[in-house]
Design a protein around this ligand. Structure first.
Ligand code: ZN
Length: 355
């Protein structure tokens, strides 16, 4: 099999080794967010648009291209050295092939990198979105001075990225870092991945909401029977009695208002997440965990619960040496990490990064 030439060289564009700015694209199931990013990690301009994930890959690619054009128009005169894209799904570096991103209709395998490169004739790197968020923290956030850490993103699901020796560890097939599917109970509830008792099946947004509903129902039934009619939980008040509206944001709000059940649910979720993380740390011999995503942003006590749980379960050699730190970049991590893809491979040969 013959090796292809580096595509950015085919296009007559050399990679710059210093200066210049990059475009970072954060492809989500609902929104495409993108920005022009300086090497120092400042977002100089940004633009966002609906993804149209329900309309198929061609429509999504059109939205991404439109977004990039908007930014290029704004950047007249500045030196854009390349485009980085963070995408859901498993991403193969060669050609930037994105496989089966969840919640994208009719999307099996699409060479997203090639499609964008054809249009813009500059270097385009595509990487999995959790990996991109990990890279952002490594380049500009809580992992800035760290060479090795585990990044966990706790939101709709539970994802992760592994930074080893300053680089993302992708695994030989690009699928490494799926910590959400570490099993913490072989006999546990079914998970969307087809297995049972995965961390995600306890603490992912949908599952955590359902567990809270299940916990509330008997309390509500008991309250019905009781003459005192004491309110059961702030959670019920916040959703106006409609338990279908329960989501982690509501649970977190109730916890902040001192609701004991909400506090208990989040603390328990943190403890369960910590059990899974401890196993991953034991396997990889890592001592720093950076946790980001909507749910973890909730409260300090959730972090404490994660930390306690990890400390109680890691191997003796790591006991007392594990740190859990909050991610620092919030929802800008996608844009910043995607832009950092453009710079991180500089100086490497094409064949090394596209084996
Ligand atoms: Zn699973």
């Amino acid at each position: 099999m013959s090796r292809e030439l580096p595509r950015h060289k085919e296009a007559g564009l050399a990679r710059h080794t210093e200066g210049g700015q990059a475009i970072g694209v954060d492809l989500g199931a609902t929104t495409v967010k993108a920005g022009i990013v300086s090497r120092e990690g400042n977002i100089l301009a940004n633009y966002s648009i609906e993804t149209h994930a329900d309309k198929g890959p061609t429509a999504v690619i059109r939205q991404i291209s439109f977004t990039i054009h908007q930014l290029l128009n704004q950047s007249k005169g500045t030196d854009i050295v390349g485009i980085g894209i963070g995408s859901p799904g498993v991403v193969a570096l060669d050609g930037g092939v994105v496989r089966y991103p969840p919640n994208f209709s009719a999307w099996t395998e699409v060479s997203l990198g090639d499609e964008i490169r054809k249009e813009f004739r500059m270097s385009v790197d595509v990487e999995n979105d959790a990996n991109v968020a990990a890279l952002a923290e490594a380049a500009f956030g809580a992992g800035k001075n760290e060479k090795n850490f585990l990044f966990v993103i706790w939101g709709t699901g539970v994802g992760g990225g592994i930074i080893l020796n300053g680089k993302i560890y992708r695994g030989p097939y690009g699928g490494a870092g799926e910590i959400g599917h570490v099993t913490i109970d072989y006999n546990g509830p079914p998970c969307g991945c087809g297995s049972y008792g995965c961390i995600e099946a306890y603490v992912g947004q949908r599952y955590l909401s359902q567990r809270t509903r299940d916990r509330l129902k008997p309390l509500l039934d008991a309250a019905e029977q009781s003459p005192s009619k004491k309110p059961v939980s702030k959670i019920v008040e916040l959703v106006g009695g409609n338990l279908d509206l329960i989501e982690p944001r509501v649970i977190s709000l109730a916890a902040q208002q001192g609701d004991p059940l909400a506090h208990e649910m989040l603390e328990e979720a943190g403890t369960l997440l910590g059990i899974g993380i401890a196993s991953v740390l034991n396997v990889l011999d890592l001592r720093l965990v950076i946790v980001g995503g909507g749910i973890s942003a909730a409260d300090e006590f959730v972090f404490k619960a994660i930390e306690r749980s990890i400390h109680s379960r890691v191997l003796k050699s790591s006991k007392g040496k594990i740190r859990v730190a909050p991610a620092q970049l919030g929802n800008m991590a996608g844009i910043l990490g995607a832009a950092s893809l453009v710079w991180m491979h500089e100086g490497e040969e094409y064949v090394q990064r596209h084996p």
